[in-house]
Design a protein around this ligand. Structure first.
Ligand code: GAL
Length: 641
């Protein structure tokens, strides 16, 4: 078997002569799969109900003749102009209540029945016609659900929101209790008083906003399921849709991943961030974790610059190779790009492709060919997995609840805190899964809990059981504060975890433009609280003696709690101590900036991927070898015969 290699292929942007050249170049680069049809709705159905597929028959035939598999998309992410013209009420309304218009993409209202009917109709036409085409290997449903229209505030959405709420709460008493509507005279006496949270004069009801986000996420998953059900009538090939694990958080991917046959994700490097490869690690680990460790598809990344960031820098020589192989190291069995040929027109003409504007006499093309050859040589890695004894928690309702404007400090950004803790694990060389608080933690020894403010009762019980049974946790401030309805746990903070952590705080003192000095010499940022130990050992304090780092033995396990967000050096020391308590070690010894991840087959064959992100040659010391890793290069070391 070969590692899958390719990208989005949009032949409709090019004349037919180019298609023949595309085939030749794809073979030259080692491309064996392309995603097609993603943005072809307006060509498939130029007028409502009139279909034109002949041009696309040709595309699929060409691919097949050239031994290239098609990942066939339903084109439902970008309805044609006739859609908005015929059904203006099905076009999205944004959070400010503005009616949007056609002229870009993904402009439909996900709650619209008309949209869904039209989407299912085109999906069915495609499935009917191509399910048995020999080029088709898998289905790419839609594209990046909710990338631009995750929440649409139409009348149709409000109507569906009410139905969803009835299902969730049964009656208005349930809704009123969950949303705490006794506050500010908000008690509802009829369902038709309930709306999508459009702008209000001041702070909106947090429960309402949180449930709106839950509903909007659910709606998008329903749309996927509806399309998938139509395709399934015609085809038993696997289906997927491309998530956006490193960047977007509007859809609950723990829920969504249960609906796809294989997880796929897109990842774009933040070009302005010198450590963007750390976020890449997160996106990849997260994709792997969504599929319970099974190999996954990197559906899109870029060969070089993107066109939608502030300053879109081209990738440095070898950077694309490092990026691609880092995804591969973390469990991807398919490495794909947006897109095959860089467009010369349209909204994304400044986005790189596998064939750049410069043509094949270019850095990009040479690296594209090198990567294809490299993946060819690594074919036996396919199907192997990455195993992690550490997990870092990620939860959507927690993220959504923290987006609310009323909170102890606006400097506490849940994604930012997550990134800091993920980065600390990355620096320590500890490979981590991403896990949900209510998920199965039994395979882990070490769990990091980064500002999981909203922690359901079930999630709290799960963590308690994990520590009680011998696990080690590292918990940051602002974790375990409120339950699943965003209702505060009373009796002192952090209410859900006081017993596990052996600590109790009465009040928060977010830092105002300053920092809190620590007795150990480091300092804390963003946050402080008046924590008191109720049994935990105090390992570090603020200058005034208030505990900063506490360690509690609970059952068979150990719980570390921080009452501020320490500087990186201090955090590295704390992570090392907690990892040691947990008995977790890195895959190999490597200098700072050199990433090492292991992939292994069940039969014992394993590889160490050593990725040198620095400008200096480095050496990695594994159990059986000293591995030289030149500056900027990736060395894949086969560990056992
Ligand atoms: C993704 C999308 C692609 C393309 C790409 C550009 O969000 O799926 O169609 O727009 O970004 O980076």
């Amino acid at each position: 078997m070969a590692i899958v290699y390719g990208g989005d292929y949009n032949p409709e942007q090019w004349p037919r002569e180019t298609w023949a050249e595309d085939m030749r170049l794809m073979r030259e680069a080692g491309v064996n799969r392309v995603s097609v049809g993603i943005f072809s709705w307006a060509l498939f159905e130029p007028e409502e109900g009139r279909y034109e597929f002949a041009w696309f028959d040709e595309v699929l035939d060409l691919l097949h003749q050239n031994g290239i598999e098609a990942c066939l998309a339903t084109p439902t992410a970008s309805p044609p102009p006739w859609f908005a013209a015929h059904y203006p009420e099905a076009v999205m309304v944004d959070a400010e209540g503005r009616q949007l218009t056609h002229g870009s993409r993904q402009g439909f209202d996900p709650s619209s029945d008309v949209y869904l009917a039209k989407a299912l109709a085109i999906a069915e036409k495609i499935a009917e016609r191509y399910a048995d085409h020999p080029a088709v290997g898998l289905w790419h449903i839609h594209n990046e659900y909710g990338c631009h229209n995750a929440r649409s505030y139409t009348k149709a959405a409000t109507a569906k929101f009410r139905v969803w709420l009835r299902e969730r709460y049964g009656d208005l008493d349930g809704l009123n209790a969950a949303w705490g509507t006794a506050f500010w005279s908000q008690a509802y006496s009829s369902w038709d008083q309930v709306y999508a949270p459009l702008p209000t004069p001041t702070i909106p009801n947090p429960g309402q906003v949180l449930d709106w986000k839950r509903f909007s996420s659910w709606q998008l998953v329903q749309n996927y399921k509806a399309e998938a059900a139509v395709i399934r009538k015609y085809s038993d090939k696997p289906m997927t849709t491309n998530f956006m694990t490193g960047s977007h958080a509007d859809i609950d991917l723990w829920e969504f991943s249960g609906a796809v046959d294989i997880v796929s994700t897109d990842h774009y490097l933040a070009g302005e961030d010198a450590d963007a490869h750390v976020n890449l690690g997160f996106a990849a680990d997260y994709a792997r974790s969504l599929g319970a460790g099974r190999p996954w598809i990197l559906m899109e990344h870029s060969t070089s610059a993107v066109n939608w960031q502030g300053r879109n820098r081209a990738k440095a020589p070898r950077e694309m190779l490092r990026n691609s192989l880092a995804h591969f190291a973390r469990g991807a069995d398919a490495i794909m790009f947006f897109q095959w040929r860089a467009s010369k027109q349209g909204a994304e003409k400044w986005h790189s492709g596998m064939v750049p504007h410069a043509g094949t006499d270019s850095k990009i093309w040479r690296e594209v060919c090198e990567l294809g050859a490299r993946l060819g040589e690594l074919a036996e890695v396919e199907g192997s997995t990455v195993s992690a004894a550490t997990a870092i928690l990620w939860d959507f309702p927690n993220r959504w609840a923290q987006e609310h404007e009323a909170r102890p400090t606006n400097e506490l950004d849940p994604q930012g805190i997550f990134n800091v803790y993920y980065a600390a694990l990355w620096r320590a060389g500890i490979t981590a899964d991403v896990a949900e608080p209510e998920g199965d933690l039994s395979k882990y020894k070490f769990v990091v809990v980064p500002a999981i403010y909203l922690l359901s009762r079930k999630g709290a019980e799960n963590l308690r059981r994990f520590v009680d049974g011998g696990g080690t946790v590292l918990v940051t401030p602002y974790s375990g504060i409120a339950d699943e309805t965003d209702t505060v746990y009373l009796g002192g903070y952090p209410g859900a975890l006081r017993d596990v952590l052996g600590v109790r705080s009465e009040e928060f003192y977010p830092l105002i433009g300053g920092r809190v000095e620590l007795a150990s010499g480091g300092h804390g940022t963003i946050w402080s609280e008046d924590a008191a130990s109720t049994g935990a050992e105090v390992r570090d304090t603020y200058a005034d003696g208030t505990p900063a780092w506490l360690v509690n033995r609970f059952g068979e396990g150990t719980a570390h709690y921080l009452t501020t967000f320490p500087d990186d050096t201090t955090l590295d020391r704390i992570v090392a101590a907690a990892a040691q308590d947990a008995g977790v070690t890195p895959a190999a010894e490597a200098p700072v900036g050199v990433e090492v991840v292991r992939r292994a087959h069940e039969d014992g064959r394993s590889w160490l991927f050593c990725i040198n992100h620095t400008d200096a040659d480095a050496q990695v010391k594994s159990a059986d070898a000293l591995i030289d890793v030149p500056a900027g290069e990736v060395v894949v070391h086969r560990e056992h015969a």
